[in-house]
Design a protein around this ligand. Structure first.
Ligand code: PMV
Length: 318
């Protein structure tokens, strides 16, 4: 087949963990929702070694910096899987998802690349194939990842996720108005997960209690989402944040933004993802309040903020 004039473009969205991060690594449930910030990958024909083009690195695939090693492994494995040679391609990434902020940017980049490579070579892809190939990159980036990031980033709907059981789609009874704020500092998920493990080994009873409480909160959050009980949902999100403080994955800036959101009458707020930097979310009553909270967070300490409603595929940036 001659692909010389062909170009394949695929995208993927980011994700927000509504409840259960870290506990999910220990087999507890978690809830994640799509966040409409997106990344697109463009694959086209070139000559010679594979060229990778992105905001953080442009050059040959074989020279990819260590922090992009997971993605380069994922590209190599995908080509091997497709039975295609590792040459004569240019892969370009255009992303609006900040990197290392708990928004699943690495999973979204890998998903969009795998999808566009399959599309370039005119092959259909199943969810299982996508999961398997993206897991290669994610395991490299996160150590032993729970798989939540990938499933949340693949899915177009809110999901209930358990490591051993897989996912269930869940439907919110009403739209949720969510504010996301970025502390501007990078969250290293691998370090955060290792810290929780160390703390667990030192104080197993105390950490186990927090993980059990997070599980209870996650179960309650699921009910609140299904019933559209946003006042209760807000309180539970804040409770989840407090347990994340107890297991040592929050920091001063995240706590400040959470406090500021609550002082601005958000229904609830929490850090999201690995923590120790990265982003937090706040639940607002409506779009107007979401905008107001977003503005306040940016005027104080947030580097950037977004707000969106879960029933729309658009996001507003502040
Ligand atoms: O920081 P993120 O968005 O990659 O989320 C990681 C979620 C954890 O539960 C902390 C780790 C995992 O593998 O599930």
């Amino acid at each position: 087949m001659n692909n010389s004039s062909k170009i394949a473009i695929s995208d993927a969205h980011s994700k927000i963990i509504l409840a259960g991060e870290h506990a999910v690594v220990y087999g507890k449930p978690a809830i994640a929702i799509p966040f409409p910030l997106k990344v697109a990958s463009i694959v086209e024909k070139s000559i010679g070694p594979i060229i990778f083009e992105s905001a953080i690195y442009t050059g040959f695939l074989y020279n990819m910096p260590i922090k992009l090693k997971g993605i380069s492994n994922c590209i190599k494995e995908t080509l091997k899987y497709l039975n295609k040679p590792e040459k004569n391609l240019k892969i370009k990434i255009i992303s609006s998802i900040p990197i290392g902020r708990g928004l699943g940017s690495s999973a979204a980049i890998s998903i969009s690349i795998v999808r566009s490579l399959f599309s370039f070579f005119e092959r259909q892809i199943t969810q299982n194939e996508l999961f398997y190939l993206v897991q290669i990159a994610e395991n490299y980036a996160h150590g032993n990842s729970s798989g939540l990031d990938i499933m949340a980033t693949i899915s177009e709907n809110p999901i209930w996720f358990e490591k051993e059981r897989g996912i269930l789609s869940i439907k919110s009874k009403c739209p949720l108005y969510i504010v996301v704020a970025d502390t501007g500092s990078t969250s290293d998920t691998r370090v955060a997960v290792e810290n929780v493990r160390k703390r667990y080994n030192l104080k197993p009873k105390k950490v186990q209690k927090s993980l059990d409480t997070i599980e209870e909160i996650t179960n309650e959050i699921k009910k609140a989402v299904l019933n559209g009980n946003i006042n209760l949902l807000g309180k539970l999100l804040t409770n989840n944040h407090n347990e994340l403080i107890n297991i040592g994955v929050s920091d001063e800036r995240l706590n400040n933004l959470v406090k500021l959101a609550l002082d601005s009458n958000a229904l609830g707020a929490k850090l999201i993802g690995g923590g120790l930097g990265g982003c937090m979310i706040a639940l607002a009553r409506d779009r107007g309040q979401a905008k107001e909270i977003s503005n306040k967070l940016v005027k104080s300490d947030a580097e950037k903020s977004w707000y969106f409603s879960t029933n729309e595929d658009v996001v507003m940036e502040v």
